[in-house]
Every structure is written in C-alpha cells, then in structure tokens.
Design a protein around this ligand. Structure first.
Ligand SMILES: [Zn+2]
Length: 253
C-alpha cells in the first residue's frame, strides 16, 4: 500500500517529522480538488430509478407526530454517510423495496421501524437513517451473517420483511478487488479502478426498478430481540408521539 509505505518510512526516520508533515497536509485542506468534487452527486439522483423516501417523524424532542412528512434523496444519504458508494445505493434500493411492503402508503414512520444489516459501515448507516433505528435504543440490530441483505421491522404491526440482492447482480470483479484492497494488497490505481467499477454498478442498479434486483420475503415468525448494548435507553422523543391523535379521539387528559 503506497500511503502506508510512505508513512512507515517517515515514521521510522522521525516521528516528529511525520507529525509536522501531517499537520501541513491538514493545514492546506480542503484543496481545490476536494472543493471541486464536493456535493457533485448528480449522477446518483439523475438515474431513472434513483429511490426517494417519504418519512414521518415527531415535530420536537417531546413529540407529537409531525403534521408533515420529509423527502429523503440519495444526496441526503451521501451527506449523512460521507461518500457515494455501491453500498449506499444497494442499501437504498433494497430498503426501498422492503419499506414499501411495511408502508404501502409510501410514508415510512421513523418512530416505528427497526432494521437489521451486517456491520458494513454503508449498510448500517443507510438503514439507520431511513428507518430511524438506532443501536442505543434497541431499534437497530447487526447480524454479521447477512450478506447483501436487509431486514426491516414495523414494531406496531410486528411485520418483518427480508430483502436480498439477487445472485449474480453484484460484480465478481468488484468483490475480488474490495477483498484485496481491504487486505492491504493494492496500488492506488487498483483503488481508483475499484471505485469506478463500484459506481458503475451503482448506476446500473438504478437503471431498472429496484424490485427487479431484489428478492423479498415476509418473515411471519420473526421476533425482534434488541442487541445487547450497555447504555441502551428509551427514546424520549417518541414516547408522547400520539398525544394529538389521542386528544382528537378524546382519550387524552
Ligand atoms: Zn459507503
């Protein structure tokens, strides 16, 4: 790995020099290239079947349900996640299929939804953002055994759906390169080549309806058991989410 080799060499010669060198790099950032590319994700949202999401939340930290929904685009997901990637697009497309089953009216209730993914940074981020699930509230789970798969769960109805990318859709070449790069066996040209292939795959995935790329199955016996987390707490911003509805129905004090 080129960068690692340079750092190792510098560090071996003089750790102080390395710190100074890094300091100079940070001091000059963001550079022109970074500024030029920042926010340029038009290729994502320009795709004919780029998913968008309509979500419902509470209107404040105390509730109640907001009167309006919000629209989430792939650009919002990139801003949250930090980069556009194949994992982001795979998760967004797959989750759009599963969430459509849990919410046939098209409005995803982010106070009522849990998600399960593997521990990919991309999959977990996108699932949490779109469903409102969080590890710390026991509404997001990690299952390392999952592949390009996503489980979404609606707590109030106890429905669960599993969505899986169909075999043969994810490019073998990307898989091979990703494994080599994560193992540290690569050149910067390999990394750039893999990025291009990842984005090409992502663009192609959005040239057709997501429902054509994913298998879907309901999970009638699914039971939600939160992952163990030391600081798990109660989500205070949704405990009174129904207050206006109850008032309207005459059940609230
Ligand atoms: Zn990513």
């Amino acid at each position: 790995m080129i960068t690692r080799t340079i750092h190792n060499a510098l560090g071996a010669v003089c750790p102080t020099l390395l710190v100074l060198a890094c300091g100079c790099l940070y001091a000059s950032a963001p550079n022109d290239a970074v500024i030029k590319n920042a926010g340029n994700f038009d290729w994502l949202t320009a795709a004919p079947f780029a998913p968008t999401f309509e979500v419902l939340d509470t209107e404040s930290s105390l509730g109640p349900y907001a009167s309006d929904t919000k629209t989430i685009t792939l650009k919002d997901l990139v801003n949250m996640h930090g980069h556009p990637c194949d994992g982001l697009v795979t998760a967004a497309c797959g989750l759009s299929v599963g969430l459509k089953i849990l919410y046939p009216d098209g409005v995803i209730d982010r106070t009522d939804t849990g998600c399960v993914t593997n521990n990919s940074p991309c999959f977990g981020d996108i699932a949490a953002y779109l469903t409102g699930g969080r590890i710390r509230f026991g509404t997001q789970k990690i299952d390392p055994g999952l592949g390009n798969e996503f489980i979404v769960h609606r707590f109030s109805t106890r429905e669960a759906v599993k969505v899986s990318l169909k075999p043969g859709i994810f490019p073998e070449e990307v898989l091979r390169l990703e494994r080599a790069i994560r193992a540290g066996d690569f050149t910067i040209e390999d990394m750039r080549h893999c990025q291009e292939l990842q984005w090409k795959y992502a663009r192609e995935l959005m040239q057709r309806p997501a429902s054509e790329s994913f298998d879907v199955k309901r999970m009638p016996t699914f039971e939600w058991t939160p992952d163990v987390y030391e600081h798990q707490g109660k989500r205070g911003d949704i405990v009174n989410k129904n207050i206006l509805r109850e008032t309207t129905q005459g059940t609230a004090p």
